[in-house]
Write a protein that binds this ligand. Structure first.
Ligand code: ADP
Length: 565
């Protein structure tokens, strides 16, 4: 028997009764589910894993080549050797420590040693500061042992000194020989535009990063060069010859990618310059964890510090703040009477478990006092709509397309978890310091108390973003989100224009019902317009899914913008 509630669909992924189980499906930052099923598994969790596996497989294959890179793509490389011996020495140290404490000791039972070696070993990608007594601090590059996987986001770990506690799973990566994430030059989850931004920020001759190519299963080497006095970022696809060897320059072939990188760190050999400064995950800020701690969604308001107003929305004022004087957050004050709070509080627990690099992370809520606070990840560049309007004619079409891809990725995650946004629009997306766009306010429309917003004839109802089945029958689905996504693409490619200009809701409904659609923005190529147009099919079943949209947008990136120089 398996519990799926259509409305609170995130539970389909990790139902509450399974939370404390040993769940060995990994939806960590690599995004590729690693199907290690432990003996603690229930039928439910196996089913869970399979669902996730099927749905993420396609996307993960394209965007990520890290944890579960096929061994035929990546054969052994030398760097792994040090980790193997390091792990061994840790094991030996651990054993000798035990012995010295309790002399005389019988030999360590084989079983214990076996269990110890069986557990997952990970390397910290970022420092993590303990936020509560149950957390274990992480130090970048150090190794940890995973003891329990409470849910996809919080794991129990042990450090090399025997300390145990909880860690966010997206701060670590598996310590295994074919995992590129262990290398400082590898940056997963970034596209061409983000790589360029990262390298230009570094602005050093020979600064480089290796990322997943927009072409499925391939890697791209992006490097910054000041050759001949002009600054540029070049993109080289790492190719494979018929013998399975990797190369960027025709004459120099290597059996592994790390060997290739190491060679070109010493020799330009066909590249514009040698690879001098790795700019990998170190250049990216640490990701948002799913909440401040495992299942800690109720926050103490006395631990919040309010710094300045960021904006005002449907529910009230949004302020920049700090949690426990350390973590920068955005705090949304919910005005009394603006929200059906009880329903939201219940749902907040589910929403906190939604965690993806392209979703604005919900950290927690303060519900014990009035007014209610909603605490989220802070996004330095504010709302997407203002961002677009403030940068008119400054953002190239590659950048515009890449922003649509960001939103599409976040929406694909919601679709995969059967979570409906209901109010997707540029005003409900935010942009961070690295110019990555993330989807915000997902599902929040359900808790608004304001007839002007709720009623489809109300002045605040987002008719211009709504599909026919929504403005006629309030029938929301991931496919009605797809319609809104098409309108969002239109907003992006018009650099923040108002769809249907000053037309009234009544006129918009009439236009749409007559089969008219928004025009092609002049910055949108025909292929880009075709994508947004496909989202406006009258019938939901005629529209693409977000997973399909991601494929199409990637194809367009390749054609309009080949991923190599
Ligand atoms: P509401 O959900 O109450 O309608 P919004 O989410 O639209 O409020 O927020 C209002 C404004 O506050 C946004 O347009 C944006 O400028 C700012 N804001 C909201 N959330 C954040 C955040 N997480 N980081 C930075 N700015 C934010």
């Amino acid at each position: 028997m398996f519990l799926i509630r259509a409305k609170h669909s995130a539970r389909a992924v990790f139902p509450a009764h399974l939370m404390k189980r040993r769940l060995y499906f990994h939806l960590n930052i690599s995004g590729q589910p690693d199907m290690t099923l432990s003996t603690y598994h229930t039928i439910q969790s196996v089913f869970c894993c399979c669902c996730c596996c099927f749905t993420v497989q396609k996307r993960a294959m394209r965007t990520k080549m890290n944890m579960d890179l096929d061994s035929d793509q990546m054969t052994q490389y030398s760097a792994s050797q040090s980790h193997v011996s390091y792990a061994c020495s840790w094991k030996c140290r651990h054993k000798s420590k035990l012995q010295s404490k309790n002399k005389p000791l019988p030999p360590l039972p084989d079983e214990a040693l076996e269990d110890y070696t069986k557990n997952l070993r990970v390397i910290a990608l970022y420092d993590f500061y303990a936020r509560g007594p149950s957390d274990l601090p992480l130090k970048k590059s150090e190794e940890y042992l995973i003891l329990e996987q409470y849910d996809p986001h919080w794991w129990k770990a042990r450090d090399q000194h025997g300390n145990e506690g909880l860690i966010p799973s997206n701060y670590v990566t598996e310590n295994k020989k074919n995992n590129l994430e262990m290398y400082e030059w590898y940056c997963k989850n970034i596209n061409r535009r983000q790589a360029e931004h990262l390298l230009c920020q570094e602005s050093k001759e020979g600064a480089f990063v290796v990322r997943d190519s927009s072409q499925q299963g391939l890697l791209t080497l992006s490097m910054y060069s000041q050759a001949k006095g002009s600054h540029s970022v070049r993109h080289y696809q790492i190719k494979k010859n018929h013998l399975g060897q990797y190369y960027v320059a025709e004459k120099y072939h290597f059996s592994t990618v790390p060997e290739l990188i190491e060679y070109h760190q010493h020799n330009a050999a066909g590249l514009v310059t040698r690879l001098r400064h790795p700019v990998g995950s170190a250049g990216c800020s640490s990701p948002a964890a799913a909440g401040f701690s495992y299942e800690e969604w109720e926050l103490n308001p006395s631990e919040l510090m309010f710094l300045k107003e960021l904006g005002r929305g449907q529910f009230g004022v949004v302020q920049l703040g700090k949690w426990k004087a350390t973590i920068t957050v955005a705090i949304k004050t919910i005005n009394e009477g603006a929200m059906s709070a009880e329903d939201f509080i219940e749902e907040a627990k589910v929403m906190m478990k939604l965690s993806h690099p392209k979703l604005v992370q919900l950290y927690g809520v303060c519900t014990q006092h009035k007014p209610l606070y909603v605490v989220t990840e802070f996004m330095e560049n504010g709302c997407l709509l203002s961002y677009l309007r403030q940068r008119r004619r400054k953002l190239g079409t590659h950048m515009l397309l890449s922003m649509c891809q960001d939103v599409c990725e976040g929406m694909e995650y919601l679709e995969r978890n059967s979570f409906i946004h209901r109010d997707l629009a540029a005003r409900n997306c935010l942009v961070n310091a690295e110019h990555i766009v993330k989807v915000s306010d997902f599902g929040m429309a359900r808790y608004v108390i304001d007839n002007e917003y709720i009623s489809s004839s109300g002045a605040k109802f987002p008719v211009k973003w709504s599909s026919p089945e929504v403005f006629h029958f309030k029938k929301y689905s991931s496919k009605s989100d797809v319609w809104s996504f098409g309108v969002l693409m239109w907003e992006v490619f018009t650099e923040g224009k108002m769809p249907f200009e000053s037309k009234s809701s009544f006129e918009v409904v009439r236009e749409i019902s007559q089969g008219n659609r928004l025009y092609r923005p002049h910055l949108a190529s025909h292929s880009v317009y075709k994508v947004m147009y496909s989202c406006w099919h009258e019938k939901p079943e005629g529209r693409p899914t977000f997973a399909e949209l991601m494929e199409t947008l990637t194809d367009i990136t390749e054609v309009d913008n080949p991923d190599f120089t």
